[in-house]
Design a protein around this ligand. Structure first.
Ligand SMILES: Cc1cc2nc3c(=O)[nH]c(=O)nc-3n(C[C@H](O)[C@H](O)[C@H](O)COP(=O)(O)OP(=O)(O)OC[C@H]3O[C@@H](n4cnc5c(N)ncnc54)[C@H](O)[C@@H]3O)c2cc1C
Length: 294
């Protein structure tokens, strides 16, 4: 099936207008951003919204900037920022190399030119690279709805495959990533294994570390396509926090993450292989992040 079912189409001119249109068309309406995930699903009749609310003109939730937030400086990424824009943003890459590591291996330039950061998160595909990245970064997501704005931790945003905490009538406005108080960015890295360049991950891991006085003051580990609850390797993070980041501990953290994740077998590989990959990639991503400290 290559042709979507019929639907109504409205172009929003502001966030307030988009929210009003979502109210007007009801729970069977959805917003469309880059369309790279939604349109294929509509063509396959896996999604059949009655109305599409186009949010491509909403400058209010576009762009990337650094701004003072309640808890210090934050990198603010508009939901409508395109993958290519994030990859081209030197300031984002300087503070958080994990963002550029990941964006370099997401799809191809055509998808990256159109696909959005917000669309990636809202799709909540277990193979979506940025879900694990923002979970590792402990980002906050600002949700805009008819009753005002609310902030949800990235780690609480995903409730299952293709499911988020977004209620009908709400949309994602921006992603806020805290930059450490003294202005020194946490070190970070992303490691992905795919079958060919630009493909979805067989498995991937993002690591974010803050080293203070020779020990890991904070650790974030996000897993892509490896069956981690809410994309996070929480047990491995707990094991590392407060410890020096030596090679033996990083290897043990990998083993812990591998034990706790629940990958599923598919055309990209069997469970044992993916579990092995989880352990190896956790150790590699942590090693690369620690190597970037300072
Ligand atoms: C060939 C191909 C290869 C790809 N490879 C990869 C890959 O390797 N790694 C990877 O991570 N991704 C990959 N992707 C997905 C790509 O990253 C898409 O950009 C992304 O999944 C969706 O972004 P979008 O802007 O196109 O969203 P859309 O398709 O427009 O929307 C996706 C979903 O999110 C909802 N949505 C969008 N924006 C908002 C918002 N602001 N608020 C609320 N809901 C919203 C929509 O209603 C829809 O349900 C690939 C896509 C393609 C086509």
């Amino acid at each position: 099936m290559q042709v979507p079912a019929s639907f109504q189409y409205r172009k929003a001119t502001s966030v307030a207008h988009a929210l009003a249109l979502l109210q007007e068309y009801g729970p069977e309406s959805v917003v469309i951003a880059g369309g790279h995930s939604l349109l294929p699903m509509m063509k396959l009749r896996l999604a059949h919204p009655e109305a599409l609310i186009d949010i491509n003109d909403l400058d209010e939730i576009a762009g990337i900037r650094v701004e003072d937030g309640s808890a210090g400086r934050e990198l603010v990424i508009g939901a409508m920022a395109r993958h290519a824009e994030l990859l081209a943003c030197a300031e984002a890459g300087a503070h958080f190399p994990i963002l550029h590591d990941a964006e370099r291996v997401i799809a191809d330039p055509i998808v990256r030119n159109r696909g959005t950061v917000g669309g990636s998160l809202c799709q909540a595909d277990p193979s979506e690279d940025l879900s694990a990245v923002f979970a590792a970064l402990r980002a906050d997501l600002v949700v805009r709805g008819p009753d005002g704005d609310r902030t949800v931790a990235a780690r609480d945003f995903f409730v299952g495959p293709y499911q988020t905490v977004l209620a009908p009538g709400e949309l994602l406005g921006e992603i806020r990533v805290p930059i450490t108080a003294d202005g020194t960015p946490a070190a970070s890295a992303y490691e992905k294994v795919d079958r060919r360049a630009g493909d979805w991950a067989v498995g991937a891991v993002g690591a974010v570390v803050e080293v203070v006085g020779g020990v890991l003051a904070q650790v974030g580990i996000g897993l892509t396509a490896l069956g981690a609850e809410r994309f996070v390797a929480a047990e491995a993070e707990d094991f590392l926090r407060g410890e020096p980041p030596d090679e033996q501990r990083l290897a043990e953290a990998g083993a812990i993450a591998a034990r706790h994740c629940r990958p599923t077998a598919d055309q990209r590989g069997p469970v044992d292989y993916k579990r092995h990959l989880a352990g190896e990639l956790v150790t590699r991503a942590l090693r690369r992040a620690v190597g970037r400290v300072g």
